[in-house]
Design a protein around this ligand. Structure first.
Ligand SMILES: C=C(O[C@@H]1C=C(C(=O)O)C=C[C@H]1O)C(=O)O
Length: 178
């Protein structure tokens, strides 16, 4: 069963800020390292967990994006997209909650396999695709149900020039690794 992180679509319909200055100083040094890393988060978490890592599928289905997500993807909120929500579990703890929005036109050709990822990491496809490009990061501060505040980031990936939006919420357990 997914470990409940109580994140809903409303959390992602918020004001995202560019990670460029002056926002960087607001972010503590230890979180800045995670928010700004443009490499594969999956690979970094596999190393941090000494291989004790898995992707837990929370939900996947066709749904309308939030206004903020639709704007980032230049699509209408009246259109549906494939929405994938997962938790990245390291050493048995939820370290990241990720929500990806994949427009239907992106799920063509080789990208059809994005529909059947299951518990395979999205990153394993993104970072092995020679056509992959990644846009700038935006960040925001989210409040979990227990009033804990966490950092989130998002960026638009392009595979063969087709977009998908990936949002990642960094959970407190990520920094509590012993
Ligand atoms: C983009 C990556 O893929 C990770 C895995 C995801 C998934 O399986 O849905 C979603 C976002 C990322 O946290 C990455 O590894 O950098």
């Amino acid at each position: 069963m997914p470990i409940n992180t109580a994140l809903t679509r409303q959390h992602f319909d918020t004001r995202w800020k560019s990670l460029r200055r002056p926002y960087q100083p607001v972010v503590s040094r230890q979180w800045r390292s995670w928010l700004m890393d443009r490499g594969s988060l999956t690979q970094r978490l596999i190393k941090r967990s000494n291989g004790d890592f898995r992707v837990e599928l929370v939900r996947q289905g066709w749904a309308r994006p939030t206004r903020s997500e639709a704007k980032a993807l230049n699509m209408s909120t009246r259109q549906v997209a494939l929405v994938r929500e997962v938790q990245l579990i390291g050493k048995g703890q939820p370290w990241v909650f990720a929500r990806s929005i994949i427009p239907a036109p992106t799920l063509t050709g080789p990208q059809r396999q994005l529909k059947v990822l299951g518990t395979q990491s999205l990153g394993s496809l993104l970072f092995t695709d020679p056509t992959m490009r990644r846009g700038h990061f935006q960040i925001c501060r989210l409040s979990l149900d227990n009033h804990k505040k966490v950092w989130a980031r998002r960026s638009v990936f392009f595979l063969s020039n087709k977009p998908l939006l990936v949002s990642e919420v960094f959970l407190p357990q990520l920094l509590q690794v012993n």
